[in-house]
Design a protein around this ligand. Structure first.
Ligand SMILES: Cc1cc2nc3c(=O)[nH]c(=O)nc-3n(C[C@H](O)[C@H](O)[C@H](O)COP(=O)(O)OP(=O)(O)OC[C@H]3O[C@@H](n4cnc5c(N)ncnc54)[C@H](O)[C@@H]3O)c2cc1C
Length: 452
């Protein structure tokens, strides 16, 4: 091998049959994700990129690539759809970006459970599973471009979490097939809690090849918007639907005034000055939901059956979760956001209190869900009118002082995002087992500093 070649070029020569992307612009684009939602991350991650991108199509191609990287100690950053928000798929130390989107077969679905290769898009998974009567339990609003591996490695949950909780709730992920990063890569199936030691760790402690997940009955989902004059009344309606055990639902999103004004493509259904609840409920629960809306003093401004929603080519899912932030940023580049979880039972009071405390500066967007323990509460992806990093940190500190948990979306260090605590030793042991050379997405795990 020509010694003048860089280690990454040597790997390209060793594996010429792989699908390589080396064009500068494409490598730069693929080295980015949606961390630009944060002005702090945008600054801190500027210029970070891989040396080359490889897009393997088979387990054998992945294995040969991993072996070549391990032999030369070249960093590997795994990428799914690149829709992560915290720079999870942005390589800090060059190396190879392993684009999993070509490794995307749907494998099987049985009653209540399904399995696919990690690079499958979530929307494609659902398209393949639905004819069997089943669908994914929770999907992020990015379901059209995000992958199953990316959701497992960097995501939380989304539409569906109001019923099934976050992905991390026991039973939502049943197992993963993962590869070790070694000269002779091993392939291991991890089940249950052991599999979850790779969840939300940003691809730092295992390359996931396949994922087996619990599924939900595939239902026709009606889509509705209800608006209110009063903040607390809107919130109370959202909470009532969330707690209504007989109402089968997939999404309850609360957008406080003035956020609805940023949703330009829904402008006809979001009157100025009102607070909105966006809902997906099972079609047979639509009548009950409309009745509840009337009882709470709401006005229905949008009401589509599942067929009508499908024919419209749009879903309200793509206005909730961090899509709310995306729509708002299209209108006002001076915004950023926070992520918080409220205490079950105190959540309405907390949301209301925080709204009053930061009125005009922090704009309330909450999502109802069941937490990991199964309790109904809400989380928020509030919009923040950004001024300085100091003020952002101050807002976070005040939220925390008010008993609200903030998962900081303005850091790319795993531990800091998870409220600053240390990682479970079992997670670090998984890192030692699956990535003994420390090559996976180096620089993101504080417990495992990159040694170069
Ligand atoms: C507009 C917008 C809305 C969003 N809404 C939601 C939401 O509703 N809910 C939610 O949870 N998130 C949301 N997100 C965040 C993100 O879209 C999701 O977490 C998504 O599931 C990430 O999937 P991806 O394929 O794009 O992952 P990527 O961004 O490509 O990767 C995410 C992380 O997973 C790792 N990874 C990817 N594949 C593998 C693999 N095979 N093995 C090991 N590690 C791997 C990567 O290294 C990276 O660290 C949103 C983001 C945006 C921009």
């Amino acid at each position: 091998m020509n010694a003048a070649l860089s280690p990454v070029e040597q790997i390209q020569h060793e594996l010429p049959d792989l699908d390589w992307i080396t064009d500068d612009n494409r490598v730069t684009r693929l080295s980015q994700d949606f961390s630009w939602f944060s002005p702090v991350l945008k600054r801190d991650l500027a210029g970070k990129r891989a040396a080359a991108v490889a897009k393997p199509r088979s387990e054998d191609e992945i294995r040969r690539l991993v072996s070549a990287c391990a032999r030369r100690k070249v960093p590997i950053t795994v990428r799914g759809g690149g829709t992560g928000n915290y720079g999870q798929a942005v390589p800090l130390h060059g190396g190879i970006l392993l684009d999993m989107s070509g490794y995307n077969a749907f494998l099987w679905a049985r009653p209540g459970v399904g399995r696919a290769q990690a690079g499958i898009k979530l929307g494609e998974f659902d398209r393949a599973a639905r004819p069997t009567g089943w669908e994914l339990r929770a999907i992020p609003s990015t379901f059209k471009s995000a992958t199953l591996g990316g959701l497992f490695g960097g995501g939380f949950g989304g539409a569906g979490s109001i019923t099934y909780g976050p992905l991390a709730a026991p039973g939502n992920v049943l197992g993963v097939r993962a590869m070790t990063i070694e000269a002779e890569p091993q392939i291991v199936e991890l089940r249950g809690a052991e599999a979850m030691r790779m969840h939300h760790l940003w691809g730092t402690n295992g390359l996931v090849l396949e994922i087996e997940v619990g599924l939900a009955p595939a239902l026709p989902w009606a889509e509705t918007i209800v608006v209110f004059d009063d903040f607390d009344q809107a919130l109370a309606f959202g909470d009532a639907v969330a707690h209504a055990t007989g109402v089968v639902k997939k999404e309850i999103c609360f957008l406080a005034d003035p956020i609805p004004a940023y949703m330009h493509t829904l402008a006809d259904h979001l009157p100025a000055g009102k607070h909105a609840i966006l809902l997906l409920v099972a079609e047979y629960c639509r009548e009950t939901t409309l009745e509840m809306a009337a009882q709470h003093g709401g006005e229905v401004t949008y009401d589509k059956s599942a067929d009508e929603a499908a024919a419209s080519g749009r879903t309200l899912v793509e206005y909730g979760w961090n899509h709310t932030t995306l729509h708002a940023l299209k209108v006002d580049k001076g915004l950023t956001y926070l992520q918080s979880s409220f205490t079950p039972g105190e959540h309405l009071e907390q949301v209301s209190r925080m709204e009053k405390l930061f009125k005009g500066e922090v704009l309330m967007h909450a999502e109802f869900l069941r937490n990991g323990a199964g309790l109904t509460t809400c989380t928020a992806l509030q919009l923040v009118r950004y001024t300085t990093e100091e003020r952002l940190r101050e807002i976070i500190a005040i939220y925390r002082a008010n008993g609200v948990r903030i998962n900081d979306p303005h850091t790319f260090i795993i531990e800091e995002g998870k409220a600053g605590g240390d990682l479970d030793p079992e997670i670090v042991a998984t890192k030692r087992r699956f990535d003994p050379l420390g090559l996976l997405n180096p620089g993101k795990m504080r417990a495992w500093p990159y040694e170069g």
